[in-house]
Design a protein around this ligand. Sequence first.
Ligand code: GLU
Length: 466
Amino acid sequence: MTIKSRFAPSPTGYLHIGGARTALFSWLYARKHGGRFVLRIEDTDLERSTAESVNAILEGMTWLGLEYDEGPFYQTERFDRYKEVIQKLLDQGDAYHCYCTREELEQMREEQMARKEKPRYDGRCRHRKEPREGVEPVVRFRNPTEGAVVVDDLIRGRVVFQNSELDDLIIARSDGTPTYNLTVVVDDADMEINYVIRGDDHLNNTPRQINILKALGLESPIYAHVPMILGADGKRLSKRHGAVSVMQYRDEGYLPEALLNYLIRLGWSHGDQEVFSLDEMIELFQLENVNKAASTFNPEKLLWLNHQYIMNSDPAHVAHHLSHHMGDLGIDPSEGPDLHDVIVAQREKAKTLIELAEISRFYYLDPQEYNEKAAKKAFKEEAIDPLTRLSEKLAQLDSWEREPIHGAIEAVVNELEVGFGKVGMPARLAVTGGAPSPDLDLVLYLVGRSACVRRIDKAIAFIQNH
Ligand code: GLU
């Protein structure tokens, strides 16, 4: 049997961290078992669904690399199919028209509350034969009144629901549009989904869905309900806790693998391993080992992981994601040193791609200002002579390679009989403006001869004018 899982977001906002984790778990499950992963857009709530939000979800999935084998399917394109199933349920007596008015339902509710009962639909239209003038009916599912529904959830374990606790839920609104519990059942069956991995806010819907499936003579999929993600204050993760949209993490300079790695570790572990390649995630991840309890989002840990990924990923991959951050700073990485070499030179010093772009700016653009503290220390009168000598020597070097560049710096140090810092410090500041940087000869080499000479001469003029 081919394993088929799905991600079924409602397009009523961006792809948030919780949704992304559910999508990741579902995707991993399919990948691990050589199965198929389906994307379904649950857009039947016409008032709350927007095209922007569909785009945001697709963009988020693409950025995370959670590619789907089928879909995206849109529920709004399947209304005819839902109508057909609703009619079938009506025909076989497993659903009925309910003509209760809003006022009647409200009154029912108040009376139940007054009797300290749980508010629920009391089934008064179950046996009604006659329509009611002027009332467009809803369709309710005739839920069994006896027995229990057992959900053997891969994460939550066995959960038993008594049918006596479930009322007859609405499967079609009075305008004929189907509701979530109906569409999800029809779609999962039609799309041959056999693993439903979703947020545990849907656990209570599961027995209702299983009852509808039974009425339709269909087998239930296997369920896994993924617990919520909480903020540090124990409340459900929301904007108050910082970024919750997946794309905001891209904008803030995170690599998608870092976010995936962070999400997989939320409530799941494999020994004390923290960093997992995608292949390892697929190999080692087990839904059965996901914590039942909610997990707490920890932005520092995500940042730490991002740093690990920036340092250890293939520079070509980092370059791919870094380019747009460079663009945001007005840098065209094709005009200057190879971005891969710059990444290798700077990556230890940056926790986000934004930081990496910022501290790499000087490789492409002359510094517009100098770090004030560093300038006070390094740009003194006494730096003019070493800088002048260095500029001349660099201009005359036969070959622009690290070794001769290093030789030129050494030569100035020796001629002036000073420590390396007397030459190195002002030269570094002149070329980098004060950004964190690796070995000076590497910096000069990557920045290039003409830019180095120009920047050192500019620094000399700066010292003379201050
Ligand atoms: N569309 C539902 C949601 O976004 C998910 C339904 C499901 O996974 O069964 O919460």
